[in-house]
Design a protein around this ligand. Structure first.
Ligand SMILES: [Zn+2]
Length: 230
């Protein structure tokens, strides 16, 4: 699978529903390249980097994490360059590290999640790491020609939600933030969803990118979210 081009400087490896892999994005600045999310596993990272190299691009200098869930973070040990995450994301990952001290943890995850079982088929070890850089509210990276505005926001999906806005390309990356909270029995907190909708409305973007969907227009996403909220 190769990279898809979204805009002039934004590419992505498509999400893979069969294994529940999220899409991984590649922001190509003149100076710095930034990946969004590390991915599910070392093999997910390798597939992404193979697609990047096929375009003759450099491997990402930085990788920013949208939230702690394993399909977005368990590949972090295998990335090139420096990783960036919201403080709370690292707290969740630290808790995952603790749980993984139980060597059966990988088997427990395989039992609970058929996608995890497929992604980690034949493997008996997890490697869970925290990010190199932690931010507390927001940070901006000047990639050269484009900027990545990285910020924490309230969302119904997870407490550590991080979004990335690229104003020059009018693209907003939302991770899984618009979904319900799978770790709280799939609860959809409508107040948090409303807060997120207001955040999205306030941002001047053309595309809204959810990790497990095709790219959406801002209007289509907002129309959908407002129907969920009603
Ligand atoms: Zn998630």
């Amino acid at each position: 699978m190769g990279l898809n081009k979204l805009t002039n400087r934004i590419y992505f490896l498509e999400h893979a529903p069969e294994v529940d892999r999220p899409m991984l994005a590649y922001l190509k600045g003149d100076k710095i390249s930034l990946a969004i999310d590390a991915g599910y596993s070392a093999s997910h990272v390798q597939d992404f980097y193979r697609a990047i190299e096929a375009e003759q691009f450099n491997k990402p200098d930085f990788t920013v994490i949208t939230h702690w869930h394993y399909d977005h973070t368990f590949g972090m040990h295998a990335i090139n360059g420096i990783s960036i995450a919201y403080g709370k994301t690292n707290e969740f990952l630290k808790d995952q590290q603790e749980q993984a001290k139980n060597l059966n943890y990988i088997e427990i995850l395989k039992k609970e999640d058929i996608h995890f079982r497929k992604e980690y088929c034949g493997q008996d070890k997890l490697s869970i790491v925290l990010s190199d850089i932690t931010f507390s509210d927001k940070m901006t990276l000047d990639l050269g020609g484009i900027t990545a505005q990285i910020f924490h926001t309230i969302s119904p999906h997870s407490e550590d939600t991080t979004c990335v806005y690229v104003p020059e390309e009018k693209v907003l990356f939302l991770g899984d933030s618009t979904s319900e909270d799978f770790f709280n029995n799939g609860y959809m907190d409508k107040d948090k969803l409303y807060s997120l909708v207001q955040t999205i409305q306030s941002i001047d973007c053309k595309y809204c990118i959810l990790s497990h969907c095709e790219p959406l227009s801002k209007e289509d996403l907002l129309a959908y979210l407002l129907s969920v909220e009603a």
